[in-house]
Ligand binder design. Structure first.
Ligand SMILES: NC(=O)c1ccc[n+]([C@@H]2O[C@H](COP(=O)([O-])OP(=O)(O)OC[C@H]3O[C@@H](n4cnc5c(N)ncnc54)[C@H](OP(=O)(O)O)[C@@H]3O)[C@@H](O)[C@H]2O)c1
Length: 273
């Protein structure tokens, strides 16, 4: 399946996950991001919504892009999707099998390492875990692989050691870092799709700046629409986790306007002035 132009994020939705994913699918989202990390995501709720939408004929499995993640013990609470005492490669296989069960599918479109095991560089465990993810890819059950919450240095190290290179990077995107410019550039150069999250919530001060507001006023769009359109134009795949059906529709309605090169340049540097 083709990667969709927008991903609907399912973090922090708890018992509302099924209802909100169902609304997102009805609104037109075809890409869903989740994780087998019960602390922040309710993956089985995503699966329930997907199963119902497919059964009712709203979407087919082939039209959907389903992305989930392997999360280390340090990012989990007591509700682990694997045996804490098992080897890391076994934990990957257990977590993945549990994701398939939660989502009610036989393959995942994108399987993401939620973050490296340490803040800087990659550890031996990251190599083992990536190797286990590569085996899932070899078997055809993880169609593409990705990594989240990475620095440029960690991404370079992963690309150097990987047999199956990441197809995606998913990072929190701060305007004050030029919207993660260095990582995005590396992604561009290596054919990796950059997924940006917290585009609104990480940048509230920047989105209040007069230069940013002027653009929204002139093109007649909301701040969210301008940010998501900007993200698209600079090559990002944006995520939104909105819980509001009006915002869902608004976020998807960004194909009918174009920001000028000058507006894109203004937004690129909005956090650096
Ligand atoms: N890899 C990771 O470690 C990681 C970490 C965090 C998030 N994520 C992923 O990214 C997804 C999105 O998370 P996020 O941090 O970007 O935040 P988010 O959950 O998308 O939150 C957006 C916030 O902005 C508000 N908002 C106002 N107008 C909006 C509009 N037009 N469109 C969208 N939101 C609007 C939303 O309120 P309303 O609900 O009222 O619209 C909400 O409070 C998550 O669900 C998750 O899938 C991944």
């Amino acid at each position: 399946m083709k990667t969709p132009p927008f991903l609907y994020g399912t973090a922090w939705k708890e018992d509302d996950t099924e209802r909100l994913v169902r609304l997102a699918l009805a609104a037109g989202f075809r890409g869903i991001d989740t994780a087998n990390q019960r602390r922040h995501y309710f993956e089985a709720g995503v699966g329930a919504a997907v199963g119902r939408a497919v059964a009712e004929g709203l979407v087919t499995r082939e039209e959907l892009f389903l992305q989930t993640k392997f999360t280390y013990r340090s990012g989990q609470d007591h509700r682990l999707p694997y045996d804490a005492s098992a080897d890391p490669a076994v934990q990957v296989r257990q977590s993945f099998a549990s994701s398939l069960e939660h989502l009610g599918v036989t393959a995942i479109d994108s399987y993401v390492l939620h973050g490296p095991s340490r803040g800087q560089g990659l550890g031996a465990v990251d190599r083992v875990v990536w190797g286990a993810m590569e085996e899932l890819h070899d078997a055809g059950s993880a169609r593409m692989l990705g990594i989240s919450n990475v620095t440029l240095e960690q991404l370079q190290a992963l690309v150097a050691l990987a047999r199956v290179r990441p197809a995606f990077v998913q990072n929190r995107c701060f305007a004050r870092d030029g919207w993660d410019r260095e990582v995005r550039r590396f992604c561009d150069e290596h054919g990796i799709v950059y997924q940006g999250f917290s585009l609104l919530t990480a940048n509230t001060a920047e989105l209040r700046r007069p230069a940013f507001r002027e653009i929204g006023g002139r093109v007649g769009r909301t701040a969210a629409q301008v940010v998501f359109r900007f993200a698209r134009q600079v090559g990002m795949l944006p995520l939104t986790g909105t819980t509001d059906p009006l915002h869902m529709a608004e976020d998807l309605a960004i194909d009918d306007f174009v920001l000028s090169d000058r507006d894109v340049a203004t937004i690129e540097s909005i956090g650096e002035v």
